[in-house]
Design a protein around this ligand. Sequence first.
Ligand SMILES: NC(=O)c1ccc[n+]([C@@H]2O[C@H](COP(=O)([O-])OP(=O)(O)OC[C@H]3O[C@@H](n4cnc5c(N)ncnc54)[C@H](OP(=O)(O)O)[C@@H]3O)[C@@H](O)[C@H]2O)c1
Length: 251
Amino acid sequence: MKMTGNTILVTGGTSGIGRVLAEAFHQRGNRVIVTGRRQGLLDRITANRPGLIGLPLDLADPGSLSRLANEIRRHFPDLNMLIANAGISRAEDLTADGWDVGDAEAIVETNILGVLRVTAALLPILKAQADATIIATSSNLAFVPRADFPTYCASKAFLHSWLQSLRHQLRKVPVEVLELAPPYVQTELTGSQQASDPRAMPVDAYVFEVMQLLDQGDHPQGEVLLERDRARRWAERDGRYEAVFAAMNPD
Ligand SMILES: NC(=O)c1ccc[n+]([C@@H]2O[C@H](COP(=O)([O-])OP(=O)(O)OC[C@H]3O[C@@H](n4cnc5c(N)ncnc54)[C@H](OP(=O)(O)O)[C@@H]3O)[C@@H](O)[C@H]2O)c1
């Protein structure tokens, strides 16, 4: 993938990893379309920054996605990169009295169907370009789950598998497929406390490392993984799965 001169659409660009990635690509000389539901944030992020464009998108609303796709076809027909990053996370106690699947449904809707829907809507435009890239954000919890976030981890495992198939199907088309599998990062994904949790990696530091890996083309099997996450990624192959699972999920 080239690192400059692209037209990029970022879902989940109003905060956290998506916002910092969008700004990093913008600083590198790319036109970046930032999307999300919070119009106030879109306005604030894009104010006085030519080449950084805000467009509303609610991935749970098919009408919103088709309006966005029309807008892209009309005004940004050279779109050649999709960063499908939007996601939500909720803890779920499956043993609680009255547990229902509402949170699980919301996670599936955003983290799984949201990625599939935005890919389906924009792939025809991406396929028409000489050089295109799809980056989707999974998680290193795709490889070994944290049991208190069951549907979240499963949604990321789904993406990890689905992206391998997408990559294979697109192997003869100039659309590269990359998977971003972040560690625990300081954002508000699970609430405001996560943004200052000292156990989490600062978001600027995470995106800095990601940009370095992308610059160097250092993403074996299409996976953009920090060095420190490789042990978890390969736990099963290395015969360490049970030990890693137990360390992440103490009794
Ligand atoms: N932070 C971590 O520790 C971590 C670790 C591994 C993976 N990840 C993944 O990284 C991605 C970004 O998360 P983050 O940590 O940066 O959290 P975040 O700051 O909460 O960002 C989530 C983004 O998703 C957007 N979003 C949520 N629901 C949406 C919907 N229905 N339609 C459109 N946009 C929607 C939000 O925008 P609006 O609210 O404006 O719509 C927001 O921009 C997620 O896929 C997450 O699973 C994060």
